[in-house]
Design a protein around this ligand. Structure first.
Ligand code: MEV
Length: 316
């Protein structure tokens, strides 16, 4: 008897990458955060394998990912395969008989939401283009937990919805409308790190030193509120100051890195209105809010050995 052909609800699905503008880490502890989507950052395409019982293959050459999803082989599986299997299982999608190929513009593990983009795009493949964002996010979180332990959910929300969002853990996100496009320069450090370790580090600090850590989290809340108001009226000078302040506060929480500090300083000297680490920190990427000339910031970063990405966050 021939096995039925495994099917997914869609042949192709995309997800956004992300930059956290303000509020990373503090968001894990209940503070609001602002994030912006990077469009069509990951596209997955699925087709059936010749052997419908063969283990599903997931290949994303830009991330050096080439894994097989072998159901029942949990412990031995590559984390990417485990996360993918969790997402597909939660969507009641087939775990065998597929070939899934990914194309991406995102660097992996650099704080730009690569894991959330993968989990969201997989959920969209399984659930189809008409699935509500809440369902896609919920399914993607099964994979995100494999990568990051207990993530706040901000990465999945922005990977699924794009735009600019205000996010508070446990609540539906609110879309934010910047008054003017936001010229951003992304500055990859090339320094690898693990989000789960950095989140755990901040968690320990908050538990052991609440008298010190809590005021830092509250000061980050102040940056988020002031930054959101500035974003909504197009006051980039104030938003830039909030970037700078937030970078210092995140460093005080212990998630800075010398290369992040150096690249932020280079960006500010080249005319950026502010610069900060984005995402989990400890390496990964910084973002600079460009003034009138993002390419001058990128050129300055190049002289410091950093290949910057110039992007613009749209108004709607
Ligand atoms: C990682 O992109 C953002 C963090 O705040 C972790 C989280 O919110 O789950 C560091």
């Amino acid at each position: 008897m021939t096995a039925p052909r495994p099917t997914l609800a869609a042949r192709e699905a995309a997800a956004f990458g992300k930059v956290i503008l303000l509020g990373e880490h503090a968001v894990v502890h209940g503070v609001p955060a602002l994030a912006a989507g990077l469009p069509r950052a990951l596209v997955l395409r699925a087709r059936p394998l010749d052997d419908p019982r063969g283990p599903t293959e997931l290949s994303i050459p830009a991330w050096d990912v080439r894994v097989q999803l072998a159901p029942g082989d949990d412990g031995a599986m590559h984390p990417v395969a485990r996360a993918a299997a969790e997402v597909l299982a939660l969507c009641d999608a087939p775990l065998a008989g597929l070939r899934i190929d990914g194309e991406t513009t995102l660097p992996a593990g650099a704080g730009l939401g690569s894991s959330a983009a993968l989990c969201v795009a997989l959920a969209r493949l399984a659930l189809g283009p008409g699935a509500p964002a809440e369902e896609v996010v919920e399914a993607s979180m099964a994979g995100e937990r494999v990568f990051h332990g207990s993530p706040s959910g901000i990465d999945s929300e922005i990977a699924a919805r794009g735009g600019v969002l205000r996010f508070v853990r446990g609540r539906p996100p609110e879309p934010i409308r910047p008054a003017r496009p936001l010229p951003l320069v992304i500055l990859p450090t090339g320094v690898p790190r693990r989000t789960a370790d950095l989140v755990a580090h901040v968690g320990r600090f908050v538990r052991r030193e609440p008298a010190v850590a809590r005021p830092i989290l509250e000061a980050i809340r102040g940056c988020v509120e002031r930054g959101q108001a500035a974003l909504e009226v197009g006051d980039h000078a104030t938003l830039g100051r909030m970037f700078d302040a937030c970078h210092g506060l995140l460093s005080a929480l212990g998630v800075g890195h010398r290369r992040l500090d150096d690249l932020c300083a280079v960006a500010r000297s080249a005319g950026a209105l502010g610069a900060k680490l984005t995402g989990a920190g400890g390496g990964g990427c910084a973002i600079a809010l460009a003034g009138d000339d993002p390419h001058r910031v990128a050129a300055a970063a190049a002289t410091a050995g950093c290949t910057a990405i110039v992007t613009e966050i749209a108004t709607a």
